[in-house]
Design a protein around this ligand. Structure first.
Ligand code: NAD
Length: 699
């Protein structure tokens, strides 16, 4: 049963019971309707309390039903909400922990609401490109006022129940319980106190207006304008709430419904819903069962206190996990510690961190020059130079000193994890933890699974990723793993665009208008152009047939390594991040073009975007086919959190699906016919070709 039914004397208690968050899927709706009918049919029942089992009142609609006939299957959410509202006996919602979306809409249809302190209250639909579609835009403004309701609906952010209860004149909560533990008793007692009240109070009859009327809504639209350029939902939330102030309640509901259906059909909402599901799917690994016993991780050691090591350390300190940092030289340790303190101090000066918290975090950090001192750490993460010889020596040392069962991780970006694991007698304990720079900021963590990595090691690091607030995606072993392997092809294609006539600014502008956080050349300047240079030198030996534009090497030969050297694809003024066009780079590009014998042509933004995104997609198809990534959605998550791919496009795979893989394949064929194209580049990956031919999709 997905809803429990109990009698507390003359009060019936209905408990939604669909773990983890009591989502209102079909079976739960049926059970809730049956429980309600039972309470109404029982002459001994005078009032009804509805609550949720476990760690939520109700997390809302079941998103897996979105866009499927199941969402409409009766009793649908609207029917359940109407039944509660029309109950002839008073219904009290006893709200605790979390109440979101459809769960809040359900509570708003009850006659009364009693909430526990600390409850997180949210209408998060906008994050899926939608609006609350079961009366939320019409009822919430009637109980907390137009401004508070619109803020919640447009931002999707959770607000604590106490804050809402403090709004003057609010009628969202009739009572706050003394504690979460006393909630049910207090709700039952409250229900008894209102059994005789008639007519039953309904949110729908409350007035709804804003003192500034339409001018207020126009102000909100102006504020939202630029930030919602690519997302229709926020502005349409405003329309729906404005309708609540202008239309009769049922007309307002119909308006909300129309807008909801329109948003549901937008590519933006499809993209956001895809990412929501993909993110949850990424944390599950098919051959690692959910109940796998985890290894305890109470302390962490990090080898190397450079750019990555110091950033990685901060993640664990932030989560309250003690860290030991090991370096070769005391000066390197001092530099690393100073970097961390500086990063925290910057947060303090922005008011994002309390000075006392800074000290608490730094107090969890120990430094050492001796491996023996790390022996008892549960997890060690190596972040030394990207050199197989150096890494091999580090892993041999770790194998010698670390206690049995310790997890040995490498942050390598390109080296073969299986070779690293083979430097130890315990390859089952070795895993890749590929953080992205800056490691204390970027949300993505690629978890690299070696041939021998043990399932419980994988399960442990996936759980640990959540603890340090990273989104983890599992990758198999290959050069560059998922993200950097794809980006190499993206950057190669960006170079070809320069050869054929683009400037770096043009390419970056096109990609940023598409929605990327940064175009490829600004991104390279941030990451350091020397990284790509080293990779190209390695490729020249391993794979001499691989063609690159000569421009990137030319820029590096000028010593232009990017922001860190004060010049890269762009010029930089000291202390500023503004990327200024460079005459030297323009001259280098022109020289390369004439050496290649290419007469430059004007290339439009659509071609720039398609060539770069399809370069990602085609490599991703290889990655998927080889089993390096398990799901197309994993690749989209990597690009969302690691490379600034726009969420409203859903990631490269979802974007390709939205265009249609047949169209993608056709367009690639057209690109291949370009006389300056690298002959192999646009050869469609077998998976892409077969899906395109079959009219199927990646996701
Ligand atoms: P870095 O040069 O900033 O830092 C490396 C540190 O390791 C230095 O402080 C050095 O003194 C120390 N070190 C070298 N050999 C050592 C040894 N034997 N024992 C102890 N310490 C030693 O380099 P980084 O950018 O932090 O990169 C570290 C690793 O992270 C590399 O494998 C790199 O590929 C990977 N990585 C880098 C990035 C990035 O954007 N920089 C992103 C992801 C992964």
């Amino acid at each position: 049963m997905q809803a429990d039914y109990q009698l507390h004397g003359d009060v019936a208690l209905i408990t939604l019971n669909n773990p983890p968050v009591n989502g209102l899927g079909y079976a739960t709706r049926v059970a809730a309707m049956e429980a309600l009918a039972q309470a109404l049919a029982d002459a001994a029942v005078q009032a009804i309390v509805i609550t949720g089992a476990g760690k939520a009142f109700c997390g809302g609609a079941d998103i897996r039903e979105f866009g499927t006939p199941m969402a409409f299957q009766e009793p649908n959410l609207h029917t359940l909400i109407a039944a509660l509202e029309q109950s002839t006996k008073p219904v009290v919602a006893a709200i605790h922990s979390t109440v979101m979306g459809g769960g809040l809409e359900l509570a708003l249809a009850c006659h009364y609401r009693v909430a526990a302190p600390g409850t997180q209250v949210a209408m998060p639909e906008v994050k899926l490109g939608l609006l609350p579609g079961a009366g939320g835009t019409q009822r919430l403004p009637r109980v907390v006022g137009v401004e508070a309701a619109l803020n919640m609906i447009v931002s999707g952010q959770a607000v604590a129940s106490e804050r809402l209860a403090a709004i003057p004149g609010q009628s969202l909560f009739q009572r706050m319980s003394a504690s979460a533990d006393s909630l049910l008793d207090e709700a039952v007692e409250f229900a008894r106190s209102v059994v005789a009240v008639r007519p039953l109070p309904l949110v729908r009859v409350l007035p709804c207006s804003h003192p500034q009327g339409d001018a207020y809504f126009q102000f909100v639209r102006n504020m939202l304008g630029p930030s919602s350029r690519n997302l229709p939902a926020p502005l349409q939330c405003v329309d729906a709430v404005q309708a609540a102030t202008r239309q009769a309640f049922d007309t307002g509901l119909a308006t909300e419904r129309t807008i909801f259906e329109r948003l549901m059909a937008t590519p933006q909402s499809r993209a956001l819903r895809h990412l929501f599901t993909a993110e949850r799917a990424a944390s599950k690994i098919p051959d690692v069962p959910p109940g796998t016993a985890l290894r305890p991780v109470a302390s962490v050691a990090i080898i190397g206190a450079g750019t990555m090591g110091s950033g990685i350390a901060m993640n664990f300190l932030n989560a309250g996990i003690p860290v030991q940092l090991l370096e070769l030289q005391p000066e390197a340790l001092e530099r690393g510690v100073a970097t961390m303190r500086r990063n925290y101090a910057a947060q303090v000066s922005k008011g994002k961190l309390k000075p006392a918290t800074l000290e608490q975090r730094m107090a969890l950090l120990r430094t050492t020059l001796r491996y023996e001192e790390l022996a008892q750490a549960d997890l060690v993460i190596e972040a030394v130079f990207e050199d197989m010889g150096v890494k091999a020596a580090v892993f041999q040392a770790l194998d010698r000193v670390m206690k049995p069962g310790a997890i040995l991780a490498s942050n390598t970006s390109t080296l073969d994890l299986n070779l690293i694991a083979a430097c130890t007698q315990r390859p089952q304990d070795v895993v890749g933890l590929h953080f992205f720079s800056p490691a204390n900021v970027m949300k993505l963590l690629e978890v690299v699974r070696g041939d021998k990595t043990a399932p419980d090691v994988l399960a442990t690091v996936m759980a640990l990723a959540k603890k340090i607030r990273k989104t983890a995606v599992v990758s198999g072993v290959c050069d560059g793993f998922i993200g950097n392997r794809m980006v190499e092809q993206y950057l190669r294609q960006a170079g070809f665009l320069l050869d054929e006539g683009c400037s770096p600014q043009q390419v970056d502008k096109a990609m940023e208008a598409f929605g990327m956080a940064m175009g490829p050349f600004r991104m390279s300047d941030l990451a350091g152009n020397d990284i790509g240079w080293a990779i190209r030198k390695r490729r020249a030996i391993e794979n001499p047939g691989m063609r690159y534009s000569p421009t990137a090497d030319a820029v590096c030969e000028l010593g232009r390594f990017g922001q860190k050297s004060g010049a890269g694809w762009y010029d930089y003024v000291a202390g500023k991040r503004d990327a200024l066009p460079s005459a030297d780079v323009a001259a280098a590009i022109a020289a390369c073009r004439s050496a290649l014998g290419i007469t430059p042509r004007t290339i439009g933004a659509p071609e720039i975007v398609q060539r770069l995104v399809f370069a990602l997609v085609n490599e991703a198809a290889h990655i998927l086919e080889e089993g390096i990534a398990l799901l197309a959605g994993d690749i989209d998550i990597v690009y969302l959190y690691g490379y600034g791919f726009p969420a409203f496009r859903g990631g490269p795979m979802r974007y390709a699906d939205e265009l249609g893989l047949f169209t993608v394949a056709q367009t690639m064929r057209r690109f291949a016919a370009n006389p300056h194209a690298d002959p192999g580049f646009w050869q469609a990956a077998p998976l892409l070709a077969s899906l395109a031919a079959a009219g199927r999709t990646f996701t």
